[in-house]
Design a protein around this ligand. Structure first.
Ligand SMILES: NC(=O)c1ccc[n+]([C@@H]2O[C@H](COP(=O)([O-])OP(=O)(O)OC[C@H]3O[C@@H](n4cnc5c(N)ncnc54)[C@H](OP(=O)(O)O)[C@@H]3O)[C@@H](O)[C@H]2O)c1
Length: 334
C-alpha cells in the first residue's frame, strides 16, 4: 500500500477557494475504526454545495467532500467488519465534518458502516447512494402510510434528478402509475424509459397562483423539490393521500395552509436519510437489493473520474445533471 493516495480537496482561505485533486497521506485522515479502500463514491446535490465557498455544508477547511462511499475494508478495530469485506458508508457526518468519499481511502466510525447487501455491486450501491436511499425511504414510508398501486397516480417532482430518477424507477418497478414532473423537456424519453406513465412540466405542477385546495390528482407523491412545489402538490393530493418530502431544491419556504391536512386528511411525511436509525438503514439497503433495484439502473447511472468530478459538482447545482453520477476511484488516472 503506497503512503500517498489521491483525494478531491476543497480549501477556503481569506483570499481564495479551491477545488483540486491532491495527494494525501494516511496521517491526513480523521480518526475512525474502519479503514476503507474506496472504489466508488457518488455525486449528490449536497456534495455540489460542499464544493462552493458559501454552500454552508463544510464546517472546516481543508476538507474532502463526498457524502457516499463504497469499498473494501483494509483494516478494522470494530469486530463487526473484517479485512476484504465490501461495505457502504453514507450520511452521518461523512463529507460534512468528517473527510468523505472523494478519496481513495477513508477512515470512519464502525457505526456508520453497512455491509454491502447480496445482489448489489459496489458500483451499483453508489448508483443508489444517498439519493437512491432517500428515494427508497420515501417509497417505504408512503407504503407504510397505506399507499398501494390501486390508489391512483403517484407524482415524482424533480424527476430527472438523483432522488427523482430513482423514485420514478422504483415506483414503476412496484407497479405504480407514475407521473414525472420535470423542467427538462429534452428528457421526456429518459423518464419514459425509467417507467413514467405520464410527464408533466414544472409549471403545471407549480402554477404561478397557488390555491389552498385544488383538483385531487395524486394518490401520493415523492417530493425532493420542496418550496412552492410542495405547497402545490399538497393542494392537489387526494383525500387521505401522502406526500414524502426530502428536499429543498426550490427553496425552504412552503406557502401552504392547514386545509389539505384538516379537510382532506393529507399526510406529510418527512424523509431524513442522514440520521436514519442503523437498523432501518441496514434493512432498507437489503430491500433496495431485493425488490427496489430498477431494471434500467444503467440508464440512470453516469461515471466520472476524480479529475472530472469538479465539473459534475458544478453542473449539479445548475440543474444540468441527469440521474446519478458515480465517481470511480479505482482508475489509474483518477
Ligand atoms: N432528506 C434527505 O435525507 C435528503 C437526501 C438526499 C437529497 N436530499 C435533497 O433532495 C434534493 C434533491 O437532491 P438530488 O441529489 O436528487 O439533486 P439533483 O440531482 O440536483 O435533483 C434535483 C432536481 O430538481 C429539479 N429542480 C432543480 N431546480 C429546481 C427548481 N428551482 N424548481 C423545481 N425543480 C428544480 C431538477 O429536476 P427536473 O429538471 O427534472 O425538474 C433537478 O434535477 C436536494 O435538495 C437535496 O439536498 C435530501
Amino acid at each position: 500500500m503506497s503512503e500517498n493516495f489521491k483525494a478531491l480537496v476543497v480549501n477556503k482561505t481569506e483570499e481564495d477557494f479551491t477545488v483540486n485533486v491532491e495527494s494525501l497521506t494516511f496521517d491526513d485522515l480523521p480518526e475512525g475504526d474502519v479503514l476503507i479502500r474506496v472504489h466508488y463514491s457518488s455525486v449528490n446535490y449536497k456534495d455540489g454545495l460542499a464544493s462552493t465557498p458559501n454552500g454552508k455544508i463544510v464546517q472546516s477547511y481543508p476538507f474532502v467532500p463526498g457524502i457516499d462511499l463504497a469499498g473494501t475494508v483494509v483494516s478494522s478495530q470494530d469486530d463487526r467488519y473484517e479485512e476484504g469485506q465490501q461495505v457502504i458508508v453514507t450520511s452521518y457526518e461523512l463529507g460534512v465534518s468528517h473527510y468523505g468519499g472523494y478519496s481513495e481511502y477513508a477512515n470512519v466510525p464502525g457505526d456508520w458502516v453497512v455491509p454491502l447487501p447480496e445482489g448489489l455491486t459496489l458500483k451499483e450501491a453508489m448508483a443508489f447512494g444517498t439519493a437512491g436511499f432517500t428515494a427508497a425511504l420515501s417509497v417505504q414510508k408512503l407504503e407504510e402510510s397505506g399507499l398501494t398501486p390501486e390508489d391512483g397516480p403517484v407524482l415524482v417532482s424533480g424527476a430527472t434528478g438523483g432522488v427523482g430518477s430513482m423514485a420514478v424507477a422504483m415506483l414503476a418497478k412496484r407497479g405504480y402509475d407514475v407521473t414525472a414532473s420535470t423542467g427538462k423537456e429534452s428528457e421526456h424519453g429518459y423518464l419514459k424509459e425509467l417507467g413514467a406513465k405520464d410527464i408533466v412540466s414544472r409549471e403545471e405542477v407549480t402554477p404561478e397562483k397557488l390555491r389552498p385546495l385544488s383538483k385531487q390528482r395524486w394518490a401520493g407523491a415523492v417530493d425532493p423539490v420542496g418550496g412552492k412545489t410542495l405547497a402545490s402538490i399538497l393542494s392537489n393530493t387526494q383525500y387521505g393521500g401522502s406526500v414524502a418530502v426530502s428536499g429543498l431544491t426550490a427553496g425552504i419556504d412552503v406557502p401552504t395552509t392547514v386545509f389539505p391536512f384538516i379537510l382532506r386528511s393529507v399526510n406529510l411525511l418527512g424523509i431524513d436519510s442522514v440520521y436514519c436509525p442503523r437498523d432501518l438503514r441496514v434493512s432498507l439497503w437489503n430491500r433496495i437489493a431485493e425488490d427496489l433495484k430498477p431494471e434500467g439502473l444503467e440508464e440512470i447511472m453516469n461515471e466520472v473520474s476524480l479529475n472530472e468530478l469538479p465539473q459534475t459538482l458544478s453542473d449539479i447545482l445548475k440543474g444540468k445533471t441527469r440521474g446519478r453520477t458515480v465517481v470511480n476511484l479505482t482508475n489509474e488516472d483518477s
